[in-house]
Design a protein around this ligand. Structure first.
Ligand SMILES: [Fe+2]
Length: 251
């Protein structure tokens, strides 16, 4: 089970008030575990973990930073596009919440892409805010094409769950790639970027599971949801495989 489900319920934060599908709801616990297992996440991370552990250096950390910055700048637009394609206002309301959170919620000082630049700057990696890299462009455009290719209303919900389901592992793999010495470990652990991601990803996952439970009740809806969920998991395989190519390249 996801470790964060053992957190004291009084300290848990919710994106929006939740009256039904809280962290302890048995269906939330069950389906979170089900979709984590369906993601087969160990196979996604094995190779990149090995590569990062063997090529630990500031050069590797710079490559990972630039690639992740392209990704973090992409995220709010991707979720917003999913909302644009969603026809029902109540589903739109639920699906937009994570994009709003990525863009700082009610505080522009918490825009995640900016917090990321602040975090890596503290370990000596400076990326200009307007830096445009293309290392991840191909895999991101393939993810866009999953959404552009006649995705169903329930597929949209499934694709967005696949985007979140391994978020905690993604954050830890990013941390692994950035930590080129012991000092980085302390500095990054204290950064706002890693603090909020380590605290909040479990809520992004719970929220996305709640969207599944709320909006995908019939067998047909669940089938369409899972078809897109599986396509989203293929994206993560491509993403980390591409990251490995970036890390081992000479550029
Ligand atoms: Fe984020």
């Amino acid at each position: 089970m996801n470790a964060n489900f053992s957190i004291d319920s009084s300290t848990r934060k919710y994106l929006i008030p939740e009256e039904v599908y809280d962290f302890d709801h048995p269906d939330v616990v069950y389906w979170t575990q089900y979709y984590l297992e369906r993601s087969n996440r160990k196979s996604i991370f094995d190779e990149i973990d090995f590569t990062l552990n063997n090529l630990r250096s500031i050069e590797t950390a710079k490559k990972v930073s630039i690639a992740w910055y392209e990704f973090t700048r992409y995220v709010p637009g991707f979720i917003s596009k999913a909302v644009v394609l969603t026809t029902d206002p109540e589903r739109q309301h639920h699906l937009i919440q994570i994009a709003y959170d990525e863009l700082g919620g009610r505080d522009k000082d918490y825009i995640h892409s900016k917090l990321f630049l602040d975090a890596v700057s503290e370990i000596g990696i400076d990326i200009p805010e307007n830096h445009i890299s293309s290392s991840m462009t191909r895999v991101l455009s393939e993810l866009d094409s999953v959404m552009d290719n006649n995705i169903s209303q329930y597929g949209i919900v499934g694709l967005l769950l696949s985007f979140e389901i391994i978020a905690e592992e993604n954050v830890e793999m990013l941390f692994n790639g950035l930590c080129y010495n012991d000092k980085c470990n302390d500095i990054l652990s204290k950064s706002k970027f890693f603090q909020i991601h380590r605290e909040d990803e479990s809520e992004h996952i719970r929220h996305s599971i709640a969207n599944f439970l709320r909006f995908c009740g019939s067998d047909e809806q669940k089938f369409l949801f899972e078809k897109s969920f599986d396509e989203g998991i293929l994206f993560w395989n491509d993403f980390w495989s591409r990251m490995k190519s970036v890390v081992i390249s000479d550029i």
